[in-house]
Design a protein around this ligand. Structure first.
Ligand code: ATP
Ligand code: MG
Length: 274
């Protein structure tokens, strides 16, 4: 679904903040992205979101070499991606409702369906009484929940979450991790950047570890660390990692796999499943 080859990123004339990054995400995979502050997690997220081009190397996304795409083609590809930015990036002049409705409006969904789904999701994240408020009149944790709702409302193929529980208390943080798990079971590919040891220890997903801009991959099930930085020929392939089924995280898939019809993956079905 996504493949990074020898990717490097620098800002302006500064040093490289990401160097020789090689990995791929297969459809339906779930990865954590970790590393100390300043290691490049948000920078890697911005590349995964196709919001920034690498300064060297190549990113393939959804079957396309992104270096060959223009801005319009990139923005089309981005419609497959839901993102929760570390700094939320809510639109300040739009209400809570309109912020969350935005991805559905861009897709051209009927307004009646939009109202139903947005209201339901905002109730679920505990913001049912704040539909008409402007985001900046709400707390950090409330704004984070708006950003989460906006990212998941349109059932993206790839969900990127940069410290999505950083401003939330433990209870709602774990509830949201349950939402991400459920989305993953329904076929969404997920990458979550987190510092939280509690979250990392609670789920056995492979970890992309950034340190000084170099990426390694740690599999908590086998305890193996693949040192991408020391092996020039290393190519991390998520397909080769133990599957989530092997971790015993999945129940019977039925028709809820990656190719499930949209109706199965609608927020309503999702919330009922949790
Ligand atoms: N827009 C930018 N312009 C210049 N330098 C930047 C920019 N964004 C990030 N950097 C630099 O890139 C490096 C990596 O930053 P990044 O925000 O990706 O780290 P991070 O791992 O997400 O950190 P944190 O855990 O604190 O969120 C840092 O040295 C930072 O100063
Ligand atoms: Mg960051």
């Amino acid at each position: 679904m996504i493949k990074f080859e020898q990717v490097g990123l620098r800002y302006g004339i500064g040093p490289e903040v990401l160097s020789d990054v090689n990995f791929s995400l297969s459809p339906g995979s779930f990865h954590f992205l970790c590393g100390p502050s300043g290691a490049g997690k948000s920078s890697l997220m911005s590349l995964l979101f196709l919001g920034r081009r690498p300064t060297r190397g190549c990113i393939h996304a959804f079957g396309k070499n992104t270096s060959l795409l223009d801005r319009v083609e990139l923005s089309k590809l981005r419609q497959n991606i839901g993102v929760i930015f570390q700094d939320f990036r809510l639109l300040p002049h739009l209400s809570v409702f309109d912020n969350v409705a935005l991805p559905l409006r861009i897709k051209g969904s009927p307004e009646k369906k939009i109202r139903e789904h947005v209201e339901e999701l905002l109730h679920w994240v505990g913001l049912g009484d704040y539909l008409n408020r402007l985001p900046q009149t709400l707390s950090g944790g409330q704004q984070q929940r708006i950003a989460i709702a906006r990212a998941v409302i349109s059932n993206p193929k790839l969900l990127l979450a940069d410290e999505p529980t950083g401003n939330l208390d433990d209870e709602i943080g774990m509830k949201l991790m349950g939402l991400f798990e459920q989305l993953n079971k329904l076929g969404t590919t997920i990458v979550i950047a987190t510092h939280s040891l509690k979250i990392l220890d609670s789920l056995p997903h492979p970890r992309l570890i950034l340190e000084n801009g170099h990426l390694s991959v740690f599999d908590p099930v086998t305890g193996q660390l693949a040192q991408a930085r020391e092996d020039e020929n290393f190519r991390y392939d998520a397909d080769a990692q133990p599957s989530i089924e092997a971790h015993g995280m999945l129940g019977p898939q039925g028709d809820q796999g990656p190719n499930a019809p949209d109706s199965v993956r609608a927020p309503r079905d999702l919330l009922e499943a949790i």
